[in-house]
Design a protein around this ligand. Structure first.
Ligand SMILES: NC(=O)c1ccc[n+]([C@@H]2O[C@H](COP(=O)([O-])OP(=O)(O)OC[C@H]3O[C@@H](n4cnc5c(N)ncnc54)[C@H](O)[C@@H]3O)[C@@H](O)[C@H]2O)c1
Length: 276
């Protein structure tokens, strides 16, 4: 379904981290925020300059691009100094993740700890850094909204999600910890727990297709795609959700409320016929 804009973010200015290419969830969020009237700054790690196509999104949405590694205090300080020149931010989207051991297929009990730290730094601590440096720069407007993307692997074990389950649990905890501290200014921070989605980060997970197909067959509405995630996120960035904070919000077609579905029961019966 293609939504038409309703001006939900008219007059707001936001910063979106993590749009790499047109498959990225962050890309869909930037497109939807632009459609709803926001003006945007887009950011990604310098390495994404050659790996992705962020400049074309910037052209399409009339946005500025500012390159910053979200694990670097220096990069984030410089980024916010530049952002501040044009005024305050009404929202920030964190759509960043990478599992280093996961990419290299290292089994969970044998994690390389230097890589594990890097995974946590990129995928979770970066949210703390992004908020911390925004506060230091004094660039966050009162009643701003911050959203980060997460996955239900934070609550439940998905065998192939490995270290990323730990990273997402930390990410969601950081959102709660900051939510408490930012509440006095009316600033809210939530995480959106999204269905498996075919993106560069998603496909980097061994067994991603099985996770995607399983969720598709369990979820009453089917898997949520990036465009619908973007529409939901826009609502969280808007004033309509002004009293919602510190939540992990499931955007997953109903997956998180399910145990098993007829489709999976029937598939399993065929795959594992009872012994005669
Ligand atoms: N794809 C899925 O199935 C799925 C499901 C639930 C949640 N998510 C989450 O959605 C978010 C976006 O991922 P995606 O699926 O759109 O994949 P993606 O690969 O398009 O986006 C990940 C982004 O992280 C950026 N990044 C990596 N290291 C960085 C660093 N040091 N500094 C700044 N940026 C850095 C990448 O350049 C990329 O733009 C991630 O948090 C991911 O965990 C994805």
């Amino acid at each position: 379904m293609k939504m038409t804009g309703n001006g939900l973010l008219q007059g707001k200015r936001g910063l979106v981290f993590g749009a790499l290419n047109d498959q990225s969830i962050g890309w869909a969020i930037a497109e939807a925020a632009h459609r709803e009237g926001a003006s945007l700054v887009l950011s990604n790690a310098p390495v994404a300059r050659r790996l992705g196509t962020l400049n074309s999104l910037a052209e399409q949405t009339g946005s500025q691009v500012m390159w910053a590694d979200a694990t670097s205090d220096d990069d984030l300080t410089a980024l916010y100094a530049q952002v501040k020149e044009d005024g305050p931010l009404d929202f920030i989207v964190h759509s960043i993740g990478m599992g280093v051991n996961l990419r290299k297929n290292v089994p969970y009990p044998e994690l390389n700890y230097a890589w594990y730290q890097k995974t946590l730094d990129i995928s979770a601590v970066s949210l703390h850094r992004i908020v911390h440096h925004a506060l230091e720069a004094g660039v966050l407007a009162d009643s701003a909204s911050i959203v980060a993307l997460t996955y239900i692997g934070a609550q439940r074990v998905f065998s192939k999600y490995s270290e990323m389950g730990d990273a997402k649990a930390l990410l969601e905890s950081i959102a709660r910890s900051f939510g408490y501290r930012l509440g006095k200014r009316g600033i809210r921070i939530n995480t959106v727990s999204q269905s498996p989605t075919r993106t560069v980060a998603g496909s980097g997970i061994d067994g991603f297709d099985a996770m995607f197909e399983f969720a598709e067959r369990i979820s009453p509405l089917g898997n949520a795609d990036a465009a619908s995630c973007a529409d939901y996120t826009v609502m969280l960035l808007s004033d309509y959700s002004r009293m919602v904070t510190m939540q992990t919000l499931y955007h997953d077609g109903g997956f998180s409320a399910m145990g098993i579905s007829d489709e999976v029961v029937e598939g399993l019966a065929k795959a594992f016929p009872p012994e005669q």
